[in-house]
Design a binder for this molecule. Structure first.
Ligand code: PLP
Length: 354
């Protein structure tokens, strides 16, 4: 931060350039653009694929309102599709949602666990859709690739991808920041134009862009965090496993966000979300024990006033039930084993009481 303050350059300078290189090298991507937030990153990732007014964009009906917000900012129409009990997009419903206007699909690696991205890639290719990966919760999540015998990071499967560095993310800044990339090298220039007034070169706009630039201070902070990300994620996964072991077989836990072929997915373990009967009562009990919890998310986006016009007739039975049942237990890289035991102990105490 001293280095940045001394440089006199505070936006889109050497730190941002270095972070862009370092983050792409970490992901195995060829290039990308540091931007103002994850929501902007999503908008730019869609705009880079020519998605805008008149287009329909498929996205999951369960998740944060940020994803649908990012879609709406392009001028396109969001088309939410219900998810399954594993929180992944229901692929039969995806097919039903297609129309001649469908131009893009946003796959969200929710809570850090990879979506069924290889299948979604095939689906997108078959139907000519621009596939955007929302990696806001999935920095470092990976999928095992049989062909190469290697882990491949989330963000490198789609035509484009978006990351958020909101302070609570696996890699967080000291404020807002985001990152977007495209699979094709030519897309990087497009993203860089879009983030800064549509400028090809200074004061020469060749398209309508926006102002969504990464700050030098945030880039410098992210550069110190990036080398620790793998280690933090490893600890997150260990904590996640500890919960899994302690909660295994409990009938009160209705489910977690698991994908099939779990061994072929490396989770970024962003949030530890369980589905519970009597969620609100459990939450109150944990609070009385001194255990802070969260709810991601208490309403599906289409249950919120701003997005209700995009709710399909009949709604989204799975997404709307998930919103009633989900509870996020404490999970971060600095959590101790004893913290996990305490939380599970409080849960068992609740379930044991009459
Ligand atoms: C899945 C998902 N997408 C998009 C976003 C938006 O990111 P930001 O808050 O940086 O705009 C977030 C984070 O809030 C998120 O969790």
């Amino acid at each position: 931060m001293d280095r940045v303050l001394r440089s006199g350059r505070y936006i889109l300078g050497a730190e941002v350039e270095a972070f862009e290189r370092e983050f792409c090298s970490y992901l195995g991507a060829h290039g990308g653009a540091g931007v103002g937030s994850g929501t902007d990153a999503l908008t730019l990732a869609l705009l880079a694929g020519g998605v805008g007014q008149g287009a329909e964009v498929l996205l999951p009906a369960f998740g944060p309102g940020a994803t649908i917000t990012g879609v709406l900012a392009t001028g396109a129409t969001p088309v939410p599709v219900d998810v399954g009990w594993d929180f992944n997009l229901d692929q039969n419903l995806l097919v039903e949602a297609l129309t001649s206007r469908t131009k893009a699909l946003v796959a969200v690696h929710l809570f850090g666990r990879p979506e069924r991205i290889t299948a979604l890639r095939k689906f997108s290719q078959t139907h000519g859709l621009w596939l955007v990966e929302d990696c806001a919760q999935a920095h470092g999540a990976a999928v095992w690739e049989e062909e190469t015998g290697q882990w491949r990071k989330a963000g490198t499967f789609g035509d484009a991808a978006a990351f958020s560095f909101y302070p609570t993310k696996n890699l967080g800044a000291l404020g807002d920041a985001g990152f977007c990339l495209t699979r094709e090298a030519t897309g990087t220039e497009r993203l860089r134009r879009l983030r800064q007034y549509g400028w090809k070169t200074r004061d020469k706009a060749t398209q309508v862009g926006r102002n969504s630039r990464m700050d030098e201070l945030q880039a410098a902070v992210l550069r110190t965090g990036l080398p620790q990300l793998e280690h933090w994620n490893e600890r997150r996964r260990t904590v996640e496993q500890a919960y899994g072991t302690l909660l295994e077989g409990r009938p009160e836990v209705l489910g977690t966000r698991h994908t099939e072929r779990e061994h072929q997915n490396k989770s970024a373990a962003h949030l530890l979300v369980v589905r519970l009967k009597r969620r609100n009562a459990v939450r109150r009990h944990l609070a009385a024990c001194g255990v802070g919890t969260g709810v991601h998310y208490p309403l599906a986006p289409t249950q919120q006033a701003a997005f209700s016009s995009y709710r399909k007739t009949g709604g989204y039975p799975v997404a709307e039930r998930l919103a009633r049942e989900v509870l996020s237990l404490p999970l971060h890289p600095f959590l101790q084993d004893t913290d996990v035991e305490k939380t599970v102990g409080c849960l068992i105490e609740f379930w044991s009481s009459p």
